[in-house]
Design a protein around this ligand. Structure first.
Ligand code: GRF
Length: 208
């Protein structure tokens, strides 16, 4: 793994964003980036099985019934053991403890299926549809201690169609998510950015 930027992917479900990232790496659109480990907190998560099938290291840390601090400590240890540089939450249905966030400062990304700060939390696509928005989309952001709140790296927007229902809208947002996540990883792993206040600003060179 030496020389590569190592990702740790955390998921709880079907894992389509994980698979999209894996595909970007496979077709070399994320040069110098590898998935070091996939971690699931749910035993039968589709993404966890997919990691096994792809031969990607995968670890299960069941969270149900565990204290957040204890569970997170195990996950942090695992990420450190795999020399993870960047943690990517990809449908990880669990809030991170402050200790977790402090262990990877500005090194944890999340993808959310709305144009934040609108519609944080669960079922964001349904919330947006039921609110009657005309533009929907997704957001990749750094994770901070608040839910769906950290600095925004990028967003992709789509129009809500007259023919949409909550399901078709979610499906079309998911297509954008799969593009957005790899693009955000490319931007962050390039190092060519600066964070000023809440603004993620692309730069020509990586800052020291
Ligand atoms: C995605 O909609 C993502 O934005 C949200 O959870 C869902 C995960 O989907 N955080 P998948 O497991 O990556 O298919």
């Amino acid at each position: 793994m030496s020389g590569s930027i190592c990702l740790g992917i955390l998921l709880s479900g079907r894992g389509s964003n994980f698979l999209a990232i894996a595909q970007s790496i496979r077709v070399r659109s994320l040069p110098g980036v590898e998935i070091a480990v996939v971690i699931s907190n749910v035993a039968d998560a589709g993404g966890f099985k997919a990691a096994a099938e792809l031969g990607i290291p995968h670890k299960l840390f069941v969270s149900q019934g565990r204290l957040r601090a204890h569970h997170d400590a195990e996950v942090i240890d695992c990420l450190k053991n795999y020399n993870v540089d960047l943690v990517c939450l990809a449908g990880y249905m669990r809030l991170l403890s402050p200790q977790f966030i402090a262990a990877f400062p500005n090194r944890i990304l999340n993808i959310h299926p709305s144009l934040l700060p609108a519609f944080p939390g669960l079922e964001a696509q349904r919330q947006a549809f039921e609110y009657g928005v005309k533009i929907a989309g997704c957001t990749v952001h750094f994770v901070d201690e608040h839910l769906d709140h950290g600095v925004i790296i990028l967003q992709r927007a789509i129009p809500v169609l007259e023919t949409d229902d909550a399901h078709s809208l979610a499906a079309r947002i998911l297509v954008e998510e799969h593009i957005a996540y790899s693009e955000a990883i490319a931007r962050v792993t390039s190092g060519k950015y600066e964070i000023l206040g809440r603004s993620f600003l692309p730069r020509l060179k990586a800052l020291p």
